[in-house]
Write a protein that binds this ligand. Structure first.
Ligand SMILES: [Ca+2]
Ligand SMILES: [Ca+2]
Ligand SMILES: [Ca+2]
Length: 201
């Protein structure tokens, strides 16, 4: 059952600068009705935004982060890309984790989970451990090791229209925790612009 689609008003997390903060080992219920006001993806395995939701991460204790995205409708094809550390919405560059897997009929879920990446065999040469994958992937990449203070941005991109939504289940391990009292994502620009040690140059 479709919702009728409102025009974007620039308050949703459909754009990078309005990313939703991720707080913890939580499940986020979300959906997207369009690409929002801007398409911030310029490079990498997802060529452009289709129907997107953005999330911002600030690491308060290092460890590993992963997630499992479960579509509410298994015939929906969701892809994702993760940028950082210290990404800039205006110049995202190439993601360090990305799945553009297209075989939703066999592998409807997607995410960063090393165990599921290793155990989900597509029969198309998937070697069970990758950081990014194209259309013949198994939906999963390996998890990401993170350090205290780092920031990241994640985009979930749905291939086709129809905002039936998903559950985005975060999985923090090895001591990782997140700070969702994070600055507005636009301030990620400031973090990116400050040199760590300006006296050394
Ligand atoms: Ca957008
Ligand atoms: Ca996919
Ligand atoms: Ca894979």
């Amino acid at each position: 059952m479709y919702h009728f689609l409102p025009a974007p008003v620039g308050t949703e997390n459909f754009d990078c600068i309005r990313a939703t903060g991720v707080c913890s080992n939580q499940s986020i219920i979300d959906a997207s009705f369009g690409p929002g006001l801007s398409s911030d993806i310029t490079d990498g395995c997802i060529p452009t935004e289709n129907y997107t939701n953005w999330y911002a991460i600030k690491v308060s204790a290092g460890g590993k982060i992963g997630f499992n995205l479960i579509p509410n409708t298994t015939s929906d094809d969701y892809d994702f890309a993760l940028y950082g550390p210290y990404p800039n919405c205006g110049a995202l560059g190439s993601p360090i984790r990305c799945s553009y897997a297209a075989n939703w009929a066999s592998f409807p879920n997607t995410g960063m989970n090393s165990t599921l990446n290793a155990s989900t065999n597509t029969g198309t040469g998937n070697n069970g451990s990758d950081l990014t994958e194209g259309a013949d992937g198994n939906g999963f990449t390996d998890e990401l090791a993170v350090n205290t203070g780092e920031t990241y941005l994640v985009v979930i991109s749905k291939w086709s229209p129809g905002g039936n939504g998903f559950a985005l289940n975060w999985n923090l391990t090895d001591g990782a925790s997140l700070d969702c009292d994070l600055p507005l994502p636009v301030e990620l620009l400031t973090f990116n612009a400050e040199p760590e040690n300006s006296s050394s140059v």
